[in-house]
Write a protein that binds this ligand. Structure first.
Ligand code: FES
Length: 139
């Protein structure tokens, strides 16, 4: 096994995700590079993906946390309108080809949405407290 993976990481209360509503967005490291991920509720299930279009590697949301189209049926890219199936991230229209969004494993436990880091997608380390203290040098 290559290093231990963190256990489930709490994200938000389950009640924060309305069915077909806004997503919860958070920062991750994907292959060691900064990225963002999002979780939304669709047909009652929490679904999570890396926030990156398959057409051009840009973030998908047209407003912070807003990923679904006007009918609340598909995830839609704000740039050129590629559409994705919320249940599995598969591209179903527009210039995103035959691929699918990169899934992030999530689960709901006792009213809490959690995500599970993987070998490729990991939490952003907590900021070092020394970083802010260094800014307060004496005159
Ligand atoms: S960048 Fe997403 S559809 Fe073009």
């Amino acid at each position: 096994m290559q290093g231990s993976l963190p256990a489930a990481v709490p994200l938000c209360p389950s009640a924060a995700l309305a069915d077909g509503g806004r997503a919860w967005v958070w920062d991750v490291l994907e292959f060691g590079q900064p990225a963002s991920a999002f979780v939304l509720r669709f047909d009652g299930q929490a679904r999570a993906y890396i926030n990156r279009c398959l057409h051009v590697p840009v973030e998908l949301d047209w407003q912070p946390g807003e990923f679904l189209d006007a009918d609340r049926r598909f995830i839609i890219c704000s740039v050129h309108g590629a559409t994705y199936e919320p249940a599995d991230g598969r591209c179903v229209g527009g210039p995103c080809g035959r691929g699918r969004l990169t899934p992030v494993r999530v689960a709901e436990v006792s009213g809490q949405v959690c995500w599970y880091p993987s070998r490729d997608i990991r939490p952003v380390p907590a900021a070092s407290p020394r970083a802010s203290a260094a800014d307060e040098s004496p005159p």
